[in-house]
Design a protein around this ligand. Structure first.
Ligand code: GLP
Length: 243
């Protein structure tokens, strides 16, 4: 689906997230949203804050974030933990207990247990109702880098050089970018009931072109989304113009 610009696209997606919250809430359930970081969803979060200011409650919404650098401190402004609070959670009424981010603060937490527990928590609340995703220029979704396994679950991964280079400016140099990340897996993402992948701007045109026209392959992890029965790709015109 192509919208004229990222504001229009983000409005539609934010409205859809609000509708999911409304409908599941009215049916007596707890809505579960899968959230992403990076520049792409920033406007959506602004619109969700606006919705809250106009009376929408997120008190019964449960959120799971896709990924986080490893290791990193919560206080580091480049951590996804920090940016989610700064961009959204500080400004809406979601309780802390409903927020899940694959952040490991202390290195004495057994990683394997943490990752298994993250998957269990998603399953215990009945799975993700609506997952939003960005896409990396190398075709990654979350930190599922090229080569990721179709059956992968939440785990510790090595970050691709492309991913680290793209994050270098934020960290003040590539050597300061962590080498690893904790990410929900391809399978964890594909289990969501609905998925919306967002791609805005000219620099995402090349990878979206590949995604749309190349076959499904672990070399382009986002291509696994084409196996999902309820997945949309939402683009702005700048991204779509060379496709
Ligand atoms: C990052 C994140 C992804 C994000 C992607 C695109 O490395 N791990 O979850 O979707 O890259 O980021 P951006 O939206 O800033 O282009």
């Amino acid at each position: 689906i192509i919208y004229s610009d990222k504001y229009e696209a983000s409005r539609v997606v934010a409205d859809e997230m609000c509708n999911v919250i409304e409908e599941i809430g009215l049916a007596g359930g707890l809505p579960v949203l899968g959230l992403a970081t990076g520049a792409t969803p920033e406007i959506i979060y602004k619109y969700l804050i606006e919705a809250y200011q106009k009376g929408k409650s997120f008190a019964k919404t449960i959120c799971f974030n896709l990924d986080e650098y490893y290791p990193i401190q919560k206080e580091n402004p480049n951590s996804f933990y920090y940016s989610m609070y700064k961009q959204l959670f500080n400004y809406i009424d979601i309780p802390d207990n409903n927020i899940h981010i694959p952040h490991i603060g202390t290195l004495d937490t057994p990683l394997h247990d943490f990752c298994k527990d993250y998957e269990n928590k998603i399953n215990q609340v009945g799975g993700i109702d609506l997952q939003i995703l960005g896409i990396g220029e190398n075709g990654h979704i979350a930190f599922n880098e090229p080569g990721s396994d179709f059956n992968s679950l939440t785990r510790l991964v090595d970050l691709d050089e492309v991913t680290r280079k793209n994050a270098a400016a934020d960290f003040g140099g590539v050597s300061a970018v962590p080498n690893q990340g904790i990410t929900m897996g391809i399978q964890s993402i594909l289990q969501a009931k609905k998925i919306i992948l967002l791609a805005f701007g000219e620099n995402k045109g090349r990878i979206m072109n590949r995604l749309l026209y190349e076959p499904i392959t672990p070399d382009l992890p986002a291509s696994f989304l084409k196996l999902h029965s309820n997945c949309q790709f939402v683009l702005d015109e700048a991204c779509a113009k060379n496709i």
